[in-house]
Design a protein around this ligand. Structure first.
Ligand code: GLU
Length: 304
């Protein structure tokens, strides 16, 4: 594929895209972001890099970090992980409680909030110093010592984190949370507060496109089978209640976050990160989805 030419086309297409939707403001710090930001960065498995717009600017990656926490939990705890969390799309909002009650405290998948809280509980059980160990893992995998939590954002989320507190309490009542609730919640808020640029994200997630071993840092994160499984979960559960639409229109496994970021993977070829803060009604970046749809349609390169 001629990526340079493709990026010139993407740049033109970006100019034509309407900037519809709304910024997430239920976490007050997220409401302060400039709604016109727009960045794209693609990294190929042979480490060629193509970026445009605000691709070097850090933003709040929010739920995109949940893919990395799952990767770490899957790496260290393969035995009972899937007894405690499912791998099915939820068909409900990311912070919904209804299903969790029906299904007796077992979250549908690791990417909805309940599932990500469960993964945090596993990491709190298994790591000596969860916050430090997790960020060290993220830095080592990506070869990027500049990955940081944003304490101000985590604090801001904690102030309005009532739903997450409700979800974890419900799971605790069913015996599916093993640690102190506040400890797990604090770790979860920190995880969601990580700030990275599109360039940093696409470089960090490259191992998902390369059978689990990062082509640049050479860190072997997951074996082939586990990597495929996480890609499968991204495909089915990575876009809130719009994973079907994303598979239909874009056709790549990926994960979005309420900060307006999306990471998407083309196994064997590339990883790509986009960021545009305004979200559509389902909580995914409006322009982010549109530009990825343009990219895979133009290049006829969805995974299907
Ligand atoms: N920190 C956000 C929350 O728990 C994450 C939401 C998201 O990006 O999906 O509500």
């Amino acid at each position: 594929m001629h990526y340079k030419k493709l990026f010139t086309e993407l740049e033109n297409e970006c100019k034509n895209l309407e900037n519809n939707g709304r910024i997430a403001s239920y976490i007050s710090e997220l409401g302060n972001v400039d709604p016109n930001k727009f960045g794209i960065h693609l990294t190929t498995v042979d480490n060629k890099n193509y970026g445009l717009g605000d691709s070097d600017e850090k933003f709040s990656i929010q739920s995109i970090a949940k893919v990395m926490s799952l990767a770490l939990a899957f790496q260290i705890d393969e035995n009972n992980l899937w007894d405690r969390v499912g791998v099915e799309p939820s068909g409900t909002a990311f912070n919904s409680m209804i299903q969790l009650e029906y299904e007796k405290g077992i979250p549908r998948n690791p990417f909805i909030n309940a599932g990500a809280l469960l993964i945090c509980d596993i990491l709190v059980s298994r790591l000596k110093n969860p916050e430090q160990d997790f960020v060290d893992f993220f830095r080592k995998v990506s070869g990027n010592p500049g990955i940081e939590y944003c304490p101000k954002l985590a604090e801001s989320e904690k102030k309005t984190g009532f739903r997450n507190a409700a979800l974890i309490n419900l799971m605790k009542s069913y015996g599916n949370i093993k640690n102190d609730i506040n400890k797990v919640l604090d770790f979860y808020f920190k995880l969601c507060s990580i700030e990275m640029s599109c360039k940093e994200l696409s470089q960090a997630f490259l191992f998902f496109a390369a059978n689990g071993t990062h082509p640049v840092t050479k860190v072997s994160v997951l074996d082939i089978s586990k990597t495929k499984r996480i890609n499968a979960i991204m495909q089915l559960c990575g876009f809130y209640d719009e994973a079907g639409e994303f598979a239909f229109k874009v056709g790549l496994p990926g994960k979005s976050g309420v900060g307006g970021g999306i990471i998407a993977i083309h196994p064997g070829k590339y990883s790509i990160a986009v960021w545009s803060p305004k979200l559509n009604k389902k909580g995914n970046s409006y322009r982010g989805m549109k530009i990825l749809e343009f990219l895979t349609s133009r290049t006829e390169s969805s995974i299907f």
